[in-house]
Write a protein that binds this ligand. Sequence first.
Ligand code: FES
Ligand code: FE2
Length: 419
Amino acid sequence: MNEAAKPPVPGIGLTAKYPEIDTGPCDTAIYHEPAVYAKELEAIFRRAWYMVGRVEQIPHAGDFFTCDLPTFRLEILVCRDRDGGVNAFHNVCSHRGTMVEHRAEGHSAGLFTCRFHGWSFDLNGKCAAVRDPEGFFDLDKGTLGLKPVALGIWEGFIFVSPVDEPPVSLADYLGEQGRDVAGYPWGACTQSYQFETEIGCNWKLVVDSPAEVYHIPVLHPNSAAPTMMASGNPFGRLLDVELKGPHRTNSHYSVMAEPKPVQKLAYFHAAAAQNVAQADRGYDLPRGINPARSPWWTVDLITFFPGLEFTLSAHMYTAHQVWPLGPNRSLYRQRVFVRPARTAAERFGQENSMVEFRDVVMEDLSTLERIQRALDTGRIRQFHFHDHELALRHQHHVVTRILADWDRRQGSEGQHGDA
Ligand code: FES
Ligand SMILES: [Fe+2]
């Protein structure tokens, strides 16, 4: 790389753009206290929408997949009906409550039949057949359908709500962030793989993990650092951070100056497959992606509060989902989406990106349980966030504000109730 092409080292000053965000140390109580966690479930998690899959998974009538919302222990069945609509139901039989559909995905000729006593339900959830109905007492089949789950579709992603009457619409939940990244070629990345793991830490630590790159040169010297940091960006600074209500975007910088030999092969011979965009800097992408329109852009981390993050380049993306299971326990699911490879070189580039990304995540996750152990002792009372750890400071700010509002509302309802 010649001198003229050398990128500037990104500066300090991200937090100053947002005067509502405090710059002092942050209290760590929200990362481990059981009472805080209980409140978060009500004030945050029951009010959110959750991405469970994509419409391409069920292109034809009768196609279905099953999934769960681990925080709420809810089993969900999603299917395509004969009118082309997408429906979601609690995957729970109305006879005695076992799971109706056990398979992860598949095609139904029109009925889902419970494997306990054989009741069946159609693609619209109606109870279609009860075995030996004469033996029951005044059964009204019309009331025995699968319980519908509130569902919304955004950019081909299927979202569901854990409550019967969502307090906000899906469009309002996604807000400005949803509008800013609409139009990305989500549907072109039709191939995917996923893994999940339970981690012994609070959900916010998992969300924080990819949300700062201050640690990359130190924690990821062989995986991410050679392409994302190198000598042009020794402190791992970001290009930009945009805060949008509870959501946010981190824009990442790359110099690609010091790739390892295999990285070089993968990135330079399969431009359209790589995680790090080299040829295409995303100028044609929606305004919310590479918002700075920087020639040094590589990937954005698009966050939808509380627990959905997309790492997204011009050519592929990864969905990270974080599910709280307790004050110091979380489930992490990662699903990578790529375009079908057209050449062996592209396939190689994709595989390299996926393996590299998996390695980065493994390096990250082992650190988190150690942090949680320290938090659980109650002896680490404050975090000190760097300017380029703004996303973490923002998450702390959002959670603290929501919990304070919740306390105020509960307090005033209590007062009205007492009156
Ligand atoms: S529990 Fe499903 S038919 Fe009995
Ligand atoms: Fe990391």
